[in-house]
Design a protein around this ligand. Sequence first.
Ligand code: DAH
Length: 356
Amino acid sequence: MGADASGAVLEIEQGLTGLGTSFRDAFAAAPTEQALRDAHARVLGKKGDLTALLKRMGAVPAEARKVLGEQVNALKAEVESAFAARLAALARASRDAELAATPFDLSLPARVGTPRGHEHPIARVRDDLLAIFRDLGFVVASGPEVEFEANNFTRLGFPPDHPATDMQDSFWVSPGILLRTHTSNVQVREMMSRPPPLAVVSAGAVYRRDDDVTHSPMFHQIEGFLVAERVSFAELKGVLTAFAERLYGPGTPVRFRPSYFPFVEPGAEVDVGCVFCALPDGTRGGCRVCKHTGWLEVLGCGMIHPVVFEHVGIDPEKYTGFAFGLGVERVAMLRYGIPDIRLLFENDPRMLAQFG
Ligand code: DAH
């Protein structure tokens, strides 16, 4: 037997004695799976004590290898079984601890309340506006968003070459059919389907080729009209003044400025006293919102043009009436201080949640 060979035998024999059963205590003392795995690695890992002995087996002469090999392998088997037993014991202990712990009821509802949805600010303002006119005695009607050119333009007295009828300004579906550019189509449809007296209000989406800070290609309008015998501009002023006071508070000043719409004569634009710079004495200081005029433009209106009555089969000698139209977004933007109309339609919950 050479020097190295007998050295290897001695080394392994001493190593086995040294290792003894110390691993058992180390495994038993390991409080966690990780600690157990670390202890195991110190014996049988790459740099483990027993691994080192196994590596030395190559140097053991053939006649000693059988006996020594059996001893080393037996120890290795012991280490593995002690490790497995302790691993199972740790798993059992943690399972028992889980079972013994305060029960966790999976069926309990989550502690964070489910977030509640709410109406879109446009829907809220629309309904508020409709409610005011309903209170004033108007009936709520609706009309289609895809409309005949005749109901959107022609019967309302738009000349065939009016710029609003242009490809650039309206969304055409096919010749003679377009996305309505205003809710005034409801006037035509209602007047054609029922005889006067009529007091109707309607709300809905309208479409125009417009897209900037204050214009969206889709927006919403409220349309109202009243037709009966002997209706005058006085009734128009009365209804719209009552509307302004209900929307912006008693005493809200209202002014009517002459304006042109093909389907009314006379036509007017209505301003209300700026609600942002109103002073206690009823005057207004002027501000950025009203561009220092003290007035906010809110709607268009007028006495229904006789030509409209003729187009829908109502006798203009017997009946008169007034009509008005306003933008819902404008009212919402003023009410909530929203600076850009596009914010209303981006559907960003961080924006919409502010109106819950
Ligand atoms: N249709 C008009 C527009 O879209 C608004 C309007 C003005 C409606 C005067 C009316 C009215 O009924 O009388 O700008």
